[in-house]
Design a protein around this ligand. Sequence first.
Ligand code: FAS
Ligand code: PHB
Length: 390
Amino acid sequence: MRTQVVIIGSGPSGLLLGQLLTDAGIDNVILDRVSKEYILGRVRAGVLEESTVRLLDEANAGKRMHAEGLPHDGFSLAFDGRDHRIDLFGLTGGKRVMVYGQTELTSDLMQRREETGGVSIHEAGNVVPHDFDGAAPYVTYEKDGITHRIDCDFIAGCDGFHGVSRKSVPDGAIRSYEKIYPFGWLGILAEVPPVNHELIYANHARGFALCSMRSTTRSRYYIQCALDEKIEDWSDDRFWDELRRRLPDFHAERVTTGPSFEKSIAPLRSFVAEPMRFNRLFLVGDAAHIVPPTGAKGLNLAASDVHYLFQGLLEHYKEKSDAGIEAYSSRALARIWKAVRFSWWMTTMMHRFPDTLDFDQKIQEAELDYLTHSRAASTALAENYVGLPF
Ligand code: FAS
Ligand code: PHB
């Protein structure tokens, strides 16, 4: 088989890139090692920046998002028994975010790919990118006991943090930066109305909590937990009790509890690999970077990577120019590092660290006090949360 671009990974990065390429008449094939059903069973992000919404519209995959998604003009920071609303719309001159689950977005992109005849090969084993340092790269994979080969012009590594693409780059050609946080997030999904019409990020002596949602009838809650916590030790009742203890009383009293239908623990890390291009191989999304979900940046950074790479590939094929491809890594990394900083800053401000010194705790309290009394500080938070420009 031959195509112009092989995309490894059928998550948001791979599907969004694949749709933009298909709509531009650039032939591409997506390979994923798991089934569509497995991918759609993962519960992840929930907040989309306006630039991500625009990209989904560009890919003609935004119809259900606009019909079912929830535009949010602000969110609350809760601490010391009170909460303080961050007026995103007012502080950013009219920008907002869209609350719409990654699972739904992924499903919408999969449907668009089927409608437009895009080729996706699932349960592809042992996917390996080859000769991406030369002019004739190819990818091999195994399916039904046969090893297949796809010759191509370019390979997009959209295969996430644990994928094969980044690991295929020779050690001397790539450098990574990492910070592991000493806690994780225990998250649940429950078919109960959210406690508030907007998100609540809570800083409490017992730990961080986040009240989010997927719709007006489906809630997504998280509490900070120790890295050695086990899911089986957390009954729904224990989760609800702990969540309410971390919220101001007027919110805690209004939490609607109910049975969870998804419960998981995710570790938190900051990670960036540089560069993101290796001649004919490009790293995209979580394959190149990971942020703690506190700032809701992970999925949105994947979208901006896709934007930069798509523009570069479009110029290559349509205008015979490689300027965009050459600039991909530096352009993407400039935006990535600002989002990595913001996600680290918000995580540091909102979580309780096990080894926090009294001094560190006073600094955290001063940060929150300054943030909620300074328009300049709130504006800085708001412009990062809605997403810095591409
Ligand atoms: P993905 O990891 O989504 O997709 C990669 C795809 O590549 C997968 O389908 C995988 O099967 C495939 N793949 C991997 N290795 C392969 C191989 N060798 N061969 C073929 N295919 C292979 N972000 C937020 O903004 N907010 C959140 O709350 C949030 N919560 C998260 C919770 C968890 C547990 C995780 C892991 C991430 C979370 N994220 C969150 C970040 C997440 O949303 C990512 O940013 C987003 O999934 C990135 O999309 P992709 O880059 O497509 O990577
Ligand atoms: C979510 O709804 O899953 C979510 C929302 C905001 C975040 C992280 C996760 O910062």
